[in-house]
Structure formats: C-alpha cells, structure tokens
Write a protein of this length. Structure first.
Length: 153
C-alpha cells in the first residue's frame, strides 16, 4: 500500500530537521504536499538581505530543497531507500521576494516518475529533472530547474 501524502511529507519534514541544519536557520518547513505538489515555506525575517527582500541564496536553497523534497517524496512513496543528490541547478531571479518564501515544485508526469523509479530498480541509480517556482504578489519571482540523482546505498 502506498503511503499517504501526509505521512511522507511528515518524514520529509523530520529529515530536514534532522539532517539539514540550513532548513532550521531558514525556518523552512513543509507547508503542504498532496501527492503532486510540494510547497516549502520560510518566513522573510531570517532570510532577509540588505534591501529588505529575500536573500538570493535563501531563494536558491528553497527552490533546490523543494525539488530535492519532491524527488525524496517520490522515492519514499515507491518504498525505495537510496542516497540522493542534486547534480545540476540553474535559477533565474525575475523579481524581488518581499514576503514569505514559498517554493513550489509540481511532480512531473506519472510516466516520468515511473521511468525514474524503474531505472533505479534496474540499474541502482537514476536521474530526474524537476522545476520549482517562487511567487510574490501573484507573479513568478524565481524559476529553478535542477537535476537530481538517486543512488543505491
């Protein structure tokens, strides 16, 4: 039986707090996960820059973590234990973020996720490219694309 989105998102939140101290400094946590969309959020205050907007490094980290989290959640849902790393990332800052940071990653198609999982099961490693956005005032402020690899432990 496939675990519920709530159960796997709680595991992701615990993983962040246990293994990734930067998420604690940023006060970043899982806002929601419904099986197809992951939203991470972090308040502006611990992520502010000298212009009173979100620091570019915090925005990058939030976007990286949203995609990393999506890949991690999909492996949890498939019952896979593996090592996971980001292998490539590119970001475009389109506008300043003046409030809460909300990094949003939509899952790729079911077919892409299945290929990602099946390739891992056959070869002990796999890659997937994921996208995240951060919005401010109803407009896209940040676009991120990252490639993530999973490897047998």
């Amino acid at each position: 039986m496939k675990p519920s989105p709530q159960a796997v998102s709680e595991k992701l939140s615990t993983f962040f707090k246990t293994h990734l101290p930067i998420t604690q400094f940023m006060e970043m946590d899982v806002e929601s996960y419904d099986g197809s969309t992951l939203i991470l959020s972090a308040p502006l205050a611990p992520n502010i820059n000298d212009k009173q907007t979100a620091f570019g490094g915090s925005l990058y980290n939030a976007a990286v973590m949203a995609c990393w989290g999506m890949a991690h959640l999909k492996t949890l849902e498939a019952g896979i234990e593996c090592n996971q790393v980001v292998t490539k990332g590119s970001i475009e800052y389109k506008a300043p973020v003046q409030g809460c940071i909300r990094a949003i990653c939509h899952a790729p198609s079911e077919e892409e996720v299945l290929q990602f999982i099946e390739h891992f099961k056959a070869r002990g490693r796999s890659r997937i490219t994921l996208h995240a956005t951060i919005e401010c005032s109803g407009k896209t402020a940040v676009e991120f694309e990252g490639t993530y690899a999973i490897l047998a432990e």
